[in-house]
Design a protein around this ligand. Sequence first.
Ligand SMILES: [Zn+2]
Length: 300
Amino acid sequence: MSHSRPAAFAGLVVAVALFMLAAHRSNASAAAADGTMAVSVDRSAPEQGAVVRVELRGAPGPDNALIHWKGRGWPMKACGDGCFEALAGIDLAEAPGRHTLTVMATRGGVALRADVELEVRERAFPLQSFNVPKEKDVQDPVLARRIEEEARTFRERIDAPPSTPSWSAPFQPPVPGFAPSHFGARRVINGEPRNPHTGGDMTLPAGTPVHAVADGRVVFSGEQFFGGNELLVDHGGGVFSMYFHLSERSVSEGQLVRRGERIGSVGATGRATGPHLHFGLRVTGARVDPAALPGLVDKR
Ligand SMILES: [Zn+2]
């Protein structure tokens, strides 16, 4: 799956070079130099773990558009007359400070570009300390290698050339009344500091049906050491949802799923202390808070 990436990167580099001439920038909103395209964001000072909605309005509308963010390009989604939208994720470990998001579009063969400045703010994440049984902890080199390979498999699916956006807001909660906790928690396991918790957990009865949060394609369905029975769904435009510790997976790799479709059941497979759903989101490669997407989390 990695063999097609160099070509995609080369294309992007050429596009960036062409668009440089029309650059224009301001804070939170921007316009292409010819005045026919305006770009806005729903937040200009996002916290770590947040998602920024980017909207482009053109008169006339462009033929196509993409956002360029953190070194990669992601296709935008048409949202009506002259409108394109995209979601840009702010990784939970993103460096606080100023970052530039670029929107690039073409209309009748003419390149348009607008830059938006985002001021990323630091967020205070909770500290979570717990113990797991020794045999479930990472000790021996064979297990460490398995974990590394599993992580690479997952990364490859997420880093593959981006697919056409099939998501639409609002998203649907993966379970009714979804109220996840521990996103971004800095973890100390058996007394040792570990990687932060990159999703949200919710304790639920085993067997509770789990639903796809938006239309998409299942790009991973399998069993791994940490997540047990895992599903990874690509919603296009750089938006991925993941569902861990399932007792069963009812969809297979490559399968298209619809928003709200049942895709599995809550369980305690993998490294879990009891039945719960671990739900994770990647948006443009960033590990973001499930509460950052509209409709996913019950905020009552
Ligand atoms: Zn979790």
